[in-house]
Every structure is written in C-alpha cells, then in structure tokens.
Design a protein around this ligand. Structure first.
Ligand SMILES: Nc1nc2c(ncn2[C@@H]2O[C@H](COP(=O)(O)OP(=O)(O)OP(=O)(O)O)[C@@H](O)[C@H]2O)c(=O)[nH]1
Ligand SMILES: [Mg+2]
Length: 211
C-alpha cells in the first residue's frame, strides 16, 4: 500500500526533464543567452550576469516551466573545448546552435568571409555525429541589436539552408532559425517556446527523464 501511494504521489508531483545543449563558436553568446533564460524563468528572477567570461567547462541550470524542466548545458565554444561537446549528444533532447551574426562576413558560404567557414564546419560536424541524429535543432542568429549584423534571413539562406541541404546535413530533423539579441533579451522567450514544443514532439524518439 505504501509503495502504491508513493508511486501515485511521485507520478502526480513529477515532471519530465529535457536536456538542451548550447553550442556555437566561442564569443557567440551562449552564456549570455543562458543568463537571460535563467533571469526570465527561474522563480527568483535573478539579474542576468551580462559581463561574461569565456566558458571553460560548463554552466548548468534547471529551468522549471509549467509542464517540464529544461536542463540547460552551456559549454565552452573555444576550439580546444569543442571535442568535449560530443559527450553530451547522446543524452540531449535539443540542440541550440548560436551564431554571432556580426562575425560571419556577409553570411553566404559561397564567400566564406570572417568566421563563416569555421562556423559552417562546426555546424556540419555537429549534424554529422550519429548521436545527434533526429534531435531538434534551433539556430539563433545572435547580436541582432548590432548595426553591423548580418540579417537573419541571409544567415538562413546563405548558411543554414546550404548546410542542411548539403550532403553533410543529411538526417531529417526539426529545425528553425530565429533572431535574437541575448544582450537585450529580444527573442529569448521565443527560443524557449520553440524548444519546449519540439522536445515534446520528439519525446517518442528521445524520452525525457522524470523528476
Ligand atoms: N551586442 C551584443 N553582444 C552580445 C550579445 N550576446 C553576447 N554578446 C557579447 O559577446 C561576448 C561573448 O558572449 P558569451 O555569452 O560569453 O559567449 P559564449 O558563446 O558563451 O563564449 P564561450 O564561452 O567562449 O564559448 C560578450 O562580450 C557578450 O556581452 C548580443 O546579443 N549582442
Ligand atoms: Mg560561455
């Protein structure tokens, strides 16, 4: 009887937890985005710490939403740290790939200025890994508050579409490109909304952990 009651209690009080990994080149804005999500969704609404330092290791937080927990993994994007990313792939439910829209030339892979080629290669590498197959992918065109940014539509057409439709973007997955300014917070709520719905849609393939 005790076990039954405990089971019912746990069922009634637990929520699914989905893991989300934040990827992208160093300086893209992953930690700034993470800070804004915490500020918006943690019950204590902490002030976002917008003076970030390059991440070495990881920042982790559990964000309580109405019907789920999102566990965010904010990892370092420096070249030497990227080999660590793959250890998160098998257990993540969504990937957020953040792009610095001011550091990718004109946004078209045909031209490959700035860090665009580096960004393309890194994104292709993520998509090609067998452990990321079918995982929903949200691409955030960040730093849209800056005058020198490339427009989101250009990033979508010139980079993302070409990667997804190229031979290295092969597997079928849910994906979306959204505009953001992690610094001002514009687009952060929309990003979380997208993740929330997509991890639920994909839960047969990648079931959540109950907490
Ligand atoms: N103007 C502007 N600056 C931003 C924005 N997002 C981040 N930054 C700035 O970009 C720099 C890098 O931001 P981080 O969030 O630390 O970048 P990161 O992706 O976590 O970098 P790593 O930890 O090294 O991988 C900081 O100076 C941020 O203030 C944005 O939306 N607009
Ligand atoms: Mg960081």
């Amino acid at each position: 009887m005790y076990h039954l009651a405990k089971g019912i209690y746990l069922y009634a009080t637990s929520k699914p937890e989905y893991s989300v990994i934040l990827l992208g080149l160093d300086n893209a804005g992953k930690t700034t985005f993470h800070e804004q999500v915490k500020s918006l969704f943690l019950p204590s609404n902490p002030e976002p710490k917008l003076r970030t330092v390059p991440t070495v290791g990881q920042n982790v937080s559990t964000i309580p939403l109405q019907d789920m927990y999102l566990k965010l993994w904010d990892v370092g994007g420096q070249m030497t740290l990227r080999s660590l990313w793959q250890s998160y792939y098998a257990s993540c439910h969504a990937i957020v790939f953040i792009i610095d829209s001011t550091d990718i030339g004109d946004g078209d892979v045909e031209n490959g200025d700035g860090r665009l080629d580096e960004c393309r290669l890194v994104l292709e590498d993520v998509l090609q890994h067998s452990d990321t197959e079918g995982v929903p992918l949200l691409i955030l065109a960040n730093k849209q508050d800056r005058e020198d940014c490339v427009e989101t539509i250009r990033i979508k057409e010139g980079l993302v579409k070409k990667v997804m439709e190229g031979e290295k973007g092969a597997s079928i997955r849910d994906s979306r490109v959204l505009s953001m300014s992690a610094l001002t917070g514009d687009g952060v709520r929309e990003a979380v909304d997208w993740i929330r719905t997509r991890v639920q849609w994909n839960k047969e393939s990648r079931p959540p952990v109950m907490r």
